[in-house]
Design a protein around this ligand. Structure first.
Ligand SMILES: Nc1nc2c(c(=O)[nH]1)N[C@H]1C(S)=C(S)[C@@H](COP(=O)(O)OP(=O)(O)OC[C@H]3O[C@@H](n4cnc5c(N)ncnc54)[C@H](O)[C@@H]3O)O[C@H]1N2
Ligand code: MOO
Length: 395
């Protein structure tokens, strides 16, 4: 059995980027850059006004009142072509180019206008309200590095750099197979005695999409080996990762691994010393990776968070360990000593504190809805007192 750190290391070695493609910026949200974004223009493109007002020559301003002749207007997108001479000024608006000669913008609240004369009541001090050319970035600057996730703010920077399309890594294509004779589609389980709603694939699919995956398909399977082998063959075609839930343990109908044997299944790890989720496994069938998650809903979601997310990060061009950003918080109640499996408790964060739920069963579903972090407790650690700091991970 591998430790959690060993499993992560194996994932880092296995999860290599799948390839790259150009995409239009409008479709790039959530994608990972495979090449840096380099600015194609300066920003601002020239010295521009930061306020609505009048572009003046600082040297013209006297301590008392100053009268200047308005010789032109400069709008954003339609600047004024002349230059501002002594005793002159130009009406100017936010984002408009500051004409040569002017070196300050006086905001319009400090100016009264009389025909083509601007009357400045007293000499302004403070900022000159001019944004310098290239003050934000220069043409040729690297604005976004390879491996960056394009979120809403990053696409603003790319678009602002006059970049129309970006080179990104392929999204991993993920197929989810859930196994178990007892499973029924949510909404119809109550009609059959012994049936339970298939819940896990919904959470795993949602998490995979959050992790940058594209959902290639989802199938619910009965524990019938021949049917499962056929489904495995179908799921393996044209996907990068198959996630199979349930049947990971040692039950008589636990066929999650066996179903992949016709295509060949090379194991990468077959159990991890964590609680919950010990039966989680990773293998490769042909060129497709296969991850088996335990069927218990909490075990499935915890292992998906701890191991599937780093795997997807790596396949999608990011550092797998970036998917796990541990933070620290203070325990509100004590934790008992940890057994020999590293343990990840479901908990809720509140301010700088973290409340570990009393119900930690691996079959739990209600608590999953309430938990927002996992609390990490190392294997064989002694009891941890309330008030101690612990490692937490967004869940
Ligand atoms: N003798 C042993 N028994 C078990 C061991 C063991 O080491 N020795 N390991 C236990 C651990 S730990 C776990 S976790 C579970 C995992 O078992 P499986 O992956 O084989 O899961 P199943 O038996 O298929 O299901 C477990 C449980 O979860 C329910 N389930 C399954 N799939 C779904 C789904 N998609 N949606 C909702 N609920 C699901 C299923 O009905 C079972 O109740 O094994 C222990 N046993
Ligand atoms: O790992 Mo199982 O998830 O302990 O019940």
């Amino acid at each position: 059995m591998n430790s959690f750190e060993e499993a992560l290391e194996l994932i880092s070695q296995t999860a290599l980027p799948l390839g790259t493609e150009p995409v239009a910026l409008g479709a790039a949200m959530g994608r990972v850059l495979a090449a840096p974004v380099i600015a194609r223009i300066d920003s601002p493109r020239s010295d521009v006004s930061a306020m609505d007002g009048y572009a003046v020559r600082e040297a013209d301003l006297s301590c008392g009142e100053t009268r200047l002749r308005i010789v032109g207007e400069s709008f954003a997108g339609a600047g004024w072509s002349g230059s501002v001479g002594s005793g002159q000024c130009v009406r100017i608006f936010t984002g408009a180019a500051v004409p040569p000669g002017a070196d300050r913008v006086v905001i319009q609240e400090c100016v009264s206008r009389d025909g083509d004369l601007a009357l400045i009541l007293r000499r302004p001090d403070g900022p000159r309200h001019i944004r310098r050319r290239g003050g934000d970035f220069d043409q040729g600057d690297e604005l976004l590095t390879t491996g960056r996730l394009l979120h809403n703010r990053a696409v603003v920077a790319a678009a602002g750099a006059d970049v129309a399309s970006v080179e990104v890594f392929f999204r991993p294509r993920v197929f989810i197979l859930s196994t178990g004779d007892e499973l029924a589609e949510p909404g119809i389980a109550s009609k059959t005695p012994d049936a339970i709603p298939e819940s896990v694939s919904f959470g795993v699919a949602a998490m995979a999409i959050e992790g940058g995956a594209e959902l290639a398909g989802r199938l619910r399977l009965r524990d019938e080996l021949e049917e499962m082998k056929e489904a495995a063959r179908h799921a393996l075609a044209d996907t990068d990762l198959v996630i199979v839930t349930g049947g990971a343990s040692v039950g008589e109908k636990d066929f999650a691994k066996t179903m992949f044997e016709p295509g060949g299944l090379e194991m990468i790890f077959s159990k991890v010393s964590i609680k919950p989720g010990k039966p989680v496994w990773l293998g490769r069938s042909g060129k497709t990776l296969v991850m088996g998650l335990p069927g218990n809903p909490t075990s499935a979601l915890v292992t998906a968070r701890l191991l599937m997310m780093p795997l997807l990060a790596g396949l999608g061009g990011r550092d797998p360990r970036q998917a796990l950003r541990w933070r620290r918080a203070k325990l509100t109640s004590p934790l008992p000593a940890c057994g020999e499996r590293e343990t990840f408790h479901r908990a809720r964060e509140s301010g700088e504190e973290v409340d570990v739920f009393a119900f930690q069963d691996s079959s739990a579903q209600k608590v999953l809805a309430d938990a927002d972090v996992l609390v990490r407790q190392s294997a064989n650690s002694p009891a941890i007192a309330a008030g101690e700091m612990v490692q937490i991970l967004d869940f």
